[in-house]
Ligand binder design. Structure first.
Ligand SMILES: Cc1cc2nc3c(=O)[nH]c(=O)nc-3n(C[C@H](O)[C@H](O)[C@H](O)COP(=O)(O)OP(=O)(O)OC[C@H]3O[C@@H](n4cnc5c(N)ncnc54)[C@H](O)[C@@H]3O)c2cc1C
Length: 402
């Protein structure tokens, strides 16, 4: 490792998920010379790709408003109130207001780029809008031509001079050589840190690099203790489970085939009591008795009674309870639904991260953070489905301001 490549750029974006791609596009549109450095391959996202930005509900906005569609201005207010309530007094009102006020505007471009699709046929024929950022946004970036993309480039450190960020150092994964990025502004978009846990739904590149680099550079991190956890398939591949499945009160066994949930329940609480609220829950919550279900999973695993993959067994799933597309996707990846599936509690999203202001600027001058790397408006909990909206609203702001 003796050669150091030097790249001078106005804006360095670190990370090529939905948030990083959006920030790069908007910085480019604002006239900046932009370089995008991505660990792994750019444009492949999802569980097995480079970043979590595989796809998800856009929830901009009708999907989350109880009672159905409202007039757009009322939708924004309703979603705002729900973000604040969900954050349990710790949500950032200013950032939340920006999010709801600018989400539809940020979405308009996504429609134009063709990355919002009608997908997910639910029971009863309901269709939800899905945002599928990758590979669509990667193609838009490649089509723009003037954004310099450095794939397979792992950024390891931020450069700080007189308290301000002036760029970063990366390692070219193919050549093993160092690369020095000198940048007037650096936007961190390295996703979450799910890979720090035994099980997660994040792809292998999401190892919390942005949090660590920013911390070492002196940036402030907030709400790092808050994250979304969920029960899903953890072997031989990872996937969320359809929520409706819990309404069938399926049995769960440990690595030696014994049922165990009941051992961890307080007096008077049954396994059925725990499962009852779960079809309405998208993620783990401490706010109802369903919490004892996940707590039992973690305790049984810690006791060493999970199987050799640190997984527990869920009895075969009734295919009629699973949306056809999900059934097909998982079958294609080798999940045999006619047998028990291997599940456990896994990390889904980090809700904390770098503290940012309304332009996504961190506490270190010259350093910005977007997407899951930023703490955003969320408080103790996050309204599910809004991470993509947040990534784009603040991706736009970071891109323009940087
Ligand atoms: C199973 C699951 C379901 C979800 N469902 C939804 C949903 O329905 N709606 C919703 O809004 N959100 C959902 N989310 C959350 C959302 O998908 C993610 O929070 C979001 O996609 C994160 O985007 P991002 O651009 O911040 O990071 P990512 O998409 O994770 O991208 C991170 C990028 O950073 C790169 N990187 C990492 N480290 C480095 C480094 N050191 N140097 C250079 N590059 C680096 C990676 O290669 C990658 O390109 C879900 C998440 C999961 C896991």
């Amino acid at each position: 490792m003796n050669k150091v490549e030097v790249i001078d750029t106005d804006v360095l974006v670190v990370g090529g998920g939905g948030a990083g791609a959006r920030a790069a596009l908007d910085a480019n549109e604002a006239g900046a010379k932009v370089t995008l450095a991505v660990k792994g391959d750019f444009g492949i996202a999802g569980f097995r790709g480079s970043g979590s930005s595989g796809g998800g509900r856009t929830s901009m906005f009708t999907y989350f408003v109880p009672g159905g569609k409202l007039a757009p201005e009322k939708e924004a207010d309703a979603v705002f109130e729900r973000i604040i309530q969900t954050g349990l007094g710790m949500a950032n009102r200013r950032l939340s207001r920006i999010l709801v006020d600018e989400a539809m505007q940020a979405r308009a471009k996504l429609e134009k780029w063709g990355v919002i699709m009608n997908m997910m046929p639910f029971a009863g024929g309901r269709i939800a809008k899905m945002l599928v950022p990758m590979p669509g946004l990667a193609n838009v970036i490649r089509g723009a031509g003037d954004i310099r993309v450095r794939e397979r480039m792992t950024v390891t450190d931020l450069l700080v001079q007189d308290g301000a960020c002036i760029g970063a150092i990366g390692v070219d994964e193919d050549r093993g050589e160092l690369c020095l990025f000198r940048a007037a502004a650096t936007i961190l978009a390295t996703g979450g840190g799910g890979q720090l846990f035994m099980h997660c739904f994040h792809p292998s590149c999401d190892t919390g690099d942005g949090y660590a680099m920013a911390y070492e550079a002196g940036a402030e991190l907030v709400n790092m203790e808050f994250m979304h956890l969920n029960i899903g398939i953890v072997y031989p591949m990872v996937s969320l489970l359809p929520n409706g499945n819990w309404g069938l009160y399926p049995r769960v066994r440990n690595g030696t085939g014994e049922e165990f949930i009941h051992k961890y329940l307080p007096k008077g609480v049954t396994v059925e009591d725990c499962l009852k609220p779960k079809p309405q829950r998208t993620v783990f919550t401490t706010r109802d008795v369903s919490k004892y279900f996940e707590i039992a999973f973690v305790k049984e695993t810690r006791e060493g009674r999970a199987n050799e993959h640190n997984a527990l067994y869920l009895e075969p799933i009734n295919p009629n309870t699973v949306p056809q597309w999900r059934f097909q996707t998982l079958s294609n990846r080798g999940v045999d639904w006619s047998k028990e599936v291997e599940i456990n509690v896994a990390c889904q999203t980090f809700n904390g991260g770098l503290r940012i202001d309304e332009n996504a600027q961190t506490s270190v001058p010259g350093l910005y953070a977007v997407g899951e790397t930023a703490a955003g408006p969320w408080g103790a909990d996050r309204l599910g489905g809004l991470m993509h909206a947040f990534s784009h609203v603040f991706g736009v702001r970071a891109g323009k301001h940087a």
